[in-house]
Ligand binder design. Structure first.
Ligand code: GDP
Ligand code: IMO
Ligand code: MG
Length: 422
């Protein structure tokens, strides 16, 4: 299959988990390279539903090695719970999961600071998942973070944590929040460290040795292009490089070893949290929520929904180098009479064919739409390109062309078999 980077081409929740699960069949290794347990990747196997937060979605297939790379921030307590939850569901988690020793650790003060900053921002809040992601990456960049290698060495952990808690308690007090007990945090993290110790390794060397043996690697992106810290709608973004470049820095696999980039996108657009969403639309939001769809896999929040935005997906093709598109949730549009697709933005007299960098400008943009006649037929039973209604095929072709990439997969339901290779 060659080494493949899979990224979200919109604002997250594009259906990456489902597509990763399908593509894992032909891969040897699946690597998470960015984000943390802010991610929620849903995979259905038969009637069983799995939501993965930190563990790569490849864990659900036997004989695949799953790696949590150095670019991920790991909440060890949450990771332990996730592993235990998977084991309870009958999923084997053992030597098939490896965590980078240089991945940074999310601590309770990160979560607390995340929550406090959101309160302080008031109506300008980001709408974070409150998992401590921003403060954890902040500490990494400020060079005051703790890493997995510290977590599994109790003596190191103790001295570093003492210093970090004392500094962060000053900040928490100043913000009017309750300080943390060093003893309680240390005890909780010691237990997690002991549990996770067998999983922690030098994943850079491991990945290079595996590739040397001819293993194929699938890089599982988290979040989406417009939540990228550099390329997203800053400041309404997450704190890591979610785009394709992040796969290299977040795993230690160099660019020339990457063979292709698959971009996952919904047949419409969703976003959870605050920030601009030019094609947001109440009609499609109500329709999807009415079907019980588009509620966040991590926080349960209703996702904001809108029409397909090809200005955004074309931009995503550009910054990620997407060669193949996986379009999911086509079936979500089955009952829509007239489907709109955004092909440009208007801002006063200006017309944009790319996503402006300033979130304020983007928020003021008006979408320019073209319309497609809906197919008004269920697509969820289609198993081949030919079985799709002609109008659905025309729609897929058009959005792929507008996104400047080749259609690779069309998905018509959450299950593995509801996947059409084009
Ligand atoms: P991720 O974060 O990108 O992995 O996406 P999420 O799992 O957060 O959200 C995607 C949702 O869409 C999940 O509930 C999936 O089960 C669901 N899903 C994925 N592909 C399809 C599809 O083609 N049709 C339908 N109906 N649901 C899908
Ligand atoms: P997956 O991998 C959708 C959003 C949050 C918020 C912003 C910052 O499932 O696609 P953070 O907690 O990261 O500081 O929040 O990013 N966000 C996501 N939205 N899917 C995700 O992950 C997300 N992870 C973070 O809602 O707007
Ligand atoms: Mg998700």
């Amino acid at each position: 299959m060659a080494n493949t980077i899979l990224v979200g081409a919109q604002w997250g929740d594009e259906g990456k988990g489902k597509i990763i699960d399908v593509m894992t069949e032909k891969a040897d290794i699946v690597v998470r390279y960015a984000g943390g347990n802010n991610a929620g990747h849903t995979v259905f196997i038969g009637k069983k539903k799995y939501i993965l937060h930190l563990v790569p979605s490849g864990i659900l297939r036997k004989g695949k090695l799953c790696v949590i790379g150095n670019g991920v921030v790991v909440d060890p307590v949450s990771l332990v719970k996730e592993i235990q939850g998977l084991r309870k569901l009958g999923v084997k988690v053992g030597p098939n999961l490896v965590v980078s020793e240089t991945a940074h650790v999310v601590l309770p003060y990160h979560r607390e600071l995340d929550a406090q900053r959101e309160v302080l921002k008031g109506k300008n809040k980001i709408g974070t998942t409150k998992r401590g992601i921003g403060p954890a990456y902040g500490d990494k960049a400020a060079r005051v973070g703790l890493r997995m290698i510290d977590l599994i060495h109790p003596e190191r952990m103790e001295s570093k944590l003492r210093w970090r808690i004392s500094e962060n308690n000053e900040v928490l007090r100043a913000l009017g929040a309750k300080p943390l007990s060093f003893k309680t945090v240390l005890a909780e993290y010691r237990v997690a460290g002991n549990y996770l110790k067998p999983f922690v390794a030098n994943t850079v060397v491991l990945l290079h040795e595996a590739m040397q043996r001819g293993n194929d690697v699938l890089f599982e992106g988290a979040q989406g292009t417009f939540l990228d810290i550099d390329h997203g709608t800053y400041p309404f973004v997450t704190s890591s490089n979610t785009t394709a470049g992040g796969a290299c820095t977040g795993s230690g696999v160099p660019p020339h070893r990457m063979d292709r980039v698959v971009g996952v996108m919904k047949a419409y657009t969703t976003r959870v949290g605050e920030g601009p969403l030019p094609t947001e639309n109440a009609e499609i939001s109500d329709l999807l929520h009415g079907m019980g769809r588009e509620f966040g896999a991590t926080t349960g929040r209703p996702r904001r929904c809108g029409w397909f935005d090809s200005v955004a997906t074309r931009h995503a093709t550009m910054v990620n180098g997407i060669d193949g598109l996986a379009v999911t949730n086509l079936d979500g549009l089955d009952s829509v009479e007239t489907i709109k697709v955004c092909v440009a933005y208007r801002h006063g007299k200006a017309r944009y064919d790319f996503v402006p960098n300033d979130a304020q400008t983007l928020a003021e943009c008006q979408p320019v739409y073209v319309e497609f006649e809906g197919w008004r037929t269920p697509t969820d039973k289609a198993r081949s390109w030919k079985q799709l209604p002609p109008k659905a095929r025309a729609y897929l072709k058009a959005i792929a062309e507008l996104s400047d990439a080749k259609l690779f997969i069309a998905s018509v339901g959450p299950a593995r078999e509801q996947t059409i290779f084009v």
